[in-house]
Write a protein that binds this ligand. Structure first.
Ligand SMILES: O=C(O)c1cc(=O)[nH]c(=O)n1[C@@H]1O[C@H](COP(=O)(O)O)[C@@H](O)[C@H]1O
Length: 229
């Protein structure tokens, strides 16, 4: 699949309980999507072996493991993940963690740093002990990530334009919290439509429930790709 295939802009979050459900969903979506995200729920239920099978079939896989640990553990863990052949892996955007992840990456794996989760607003950041408002915390972490040599950033689309200014044109910006107009936001607090996200200069959007919970996931995936074309 070429880097310029417009379908690659959509990453479908396979937030389903197990491998049979994930395989059924990938089958139903068919050629409407090329890129899938496997997070905790599926990774700890056979999802890593599934990831290798999907990669073998020519699909791209984003392993959303959001790693965060002491440097040595991160470096060696990222080395293990590199062998799986995934395209993206997430780590939390703490400087020690990001430096170690960059050291351990190989085999074409790109490291994405999660700045501030899209379910957080300023009150949530304050509750977690951060003095900075979310926008400033995102900016600080994005600047640190760029300096460390991280491949891309995960942030909300609302922050994408500011992050682009900080990290330059070569780093990837990947945004969850994307909702087609009229879709339920669920627990996401900083949301944007696919079209607006594209206009904000993001490289990939991550969409879960609006596709996985749809009566026709393939049609929703197609519509999202078309909205970003
Ligand atoms: O790293 C992520 O993918 C991520 C970061 C973040 O800040 N917010 C966020 O929602 N995500 C993930 O993006 C997906 C969004 O799913 P939906 O809200 O169902 O579209 C979920 O798999 C989340 O784990």
């Amino acid at each position: 699949m070429s880097q310029t295939d417009p379908r690659d802009r959509l990453i479908v979050a396979l937030d389903v309980p197990g491998v049979p459900e994930a395989e059924a969903l990938v089958e139903r979506i068919g050629d409407a999507a090329t890129f899938y995200k496997i997070g905790y729920r599926l990774a700890y239920a056979g999802g890593l072996a599934l990831a290798e099978r999907m990669i073998g079939q020519g699909l791209k896989v984003f392993l959303d493991l959001k790693l965060h640990d002491i440097g040595n553990t991160i470096e060696e863990g990222v080395r293990s993940v590199s062998a799986l052949g995934a395209t993206f892996l997430t780590v939390h955007a703490y400087p020690q963690t990001m430096r170690a992840a960059v050291k351990g990456r190989g085999n074409g794996l790109k490291i994405l740093a999660v700045t501030v989760l899209t379910s957080y607003d300023d009150a949530d950041a304050q509750e977690a002990g951060y003095a900075l408002p979310v926008a400033e915390l995102v900016a600080k972490r994005a600047a640190q990530a760029a300096e460390i040599g991280i491949d891309g950033l995960v942030c909300s689309a609302a922050e994408a334009a500011g992050v682009r200014g900080l990290v330059g044109p070569d780093r990837l910006i990947v945004t969850p919290g994307i909702r087609p107009a009229g879709a339920d936001a669920g627990d996401q607090k900083r949301v944007m439509t696919p079209g607006d996200a594209r206009r904000a200069g993001i490289d990939h959007v991550v969409v879960g429930r609006p596709i996985t919970g749809a009566a026709d996931p393939r049609a929703v995936a197609r519509a999202i790709v078309a909205e970003m074309a």
